[in-house]
Design a protein around this ligand. Sequence first.
Ligand code: SF4
Length: 346
Amino acid sequence: MSSSHDLLLDVRGLTVRFPTPDGVVQAVSDVSFTLSRGETLGVVGESGSGKSVSNLAIMGLLNQQRTAISGEVEFMGRNLLTLPPDELRKIRGKDIAMVFQDPFACLHPMYRVGWQIAEAVTAHASVGKKAAWARAVELLDHVGIPNAKSRARDFPHQFSGGMRQRAMIAMALVHNPSILICDEPTTALDVTVQAQILELIEAVKREFDIGVILVTHDLGVIAETATTVMVMYAGRIMEYGPAQQIFERPQHPYAWGLLDSMPSVEKRLSALVPIEGAPPSLLSPPSGCPFHPRCRYRFEPCPTERPPLAVPTQAPDAHADACHLSWEAKQREGGKRSIARLGDAA
Ligand code: SF4
């Protein structure tokens, strides 16, 4: 259990709206969560679920002129949503760092990898060029780049996809951040390299004693490493709680759908059941429960009454979900999707 001292981020009622000529896009609605030191929060959902937009809002990376953002994002006692841009810039990249899906898009093709990391070193600290280069080499070595001293002189195209992602993680660690936000960090990589990058993120979390937000569309990616899981759909949280509980007994039909469509060693391909339909347009999200048009379990109140995100009253030790189903139905159906995770037996 984390103490208040360990609490890094406290997000309350985060809401993001994009006004467009066609109407207002309700990208994120009333999202609340916390992140503590040592925690890996896995944020899962299909594209358009609001998971990436939430993190861009936290980082102050959304155009304030074109976006309406409300709620509170408290980082070490300061609300990031009301900080002046230059104050926020000092925190971004230093205390809160981000790793994106496509390292090629973030690394400049014309500059040596080591040089780009050294640039990041000098961006927030008054360090000489030589010391910045030495730090870049040290970090590349730290994230597992072999022969870091000579490979630092390579250009991004001379690195493999996995090495580029390692370089991005090195760059994110330059100023010993407290929070690392990884947005689909393994989507562009093959399965073996994916596992190595996830291991590296876990190792970095332990070593630097930080909190990690891992955003993904794939529950499998966070199955082994997340300590907490937040399932998002149509800009809202559908289920939120300890990973062990969510993988053992997921409570929300959308999470069941994600699990039913997830390949695993035991499951034959023919046993995979995709979620029918597509995520809704956030210009006019469905009334009531946003998942109701795709939900196999919907019943009378679902199309009109939006279920609040809450811990079921009959089970105070369970975690929060936003679904009208009875606790008995959630237990019964959730139990069928139970996933054994390495380490949970310990
Ligand atoms: Fe399905 Fe109704 Fe639960 Fe929504 S509230 S997930 S429609 S059963």
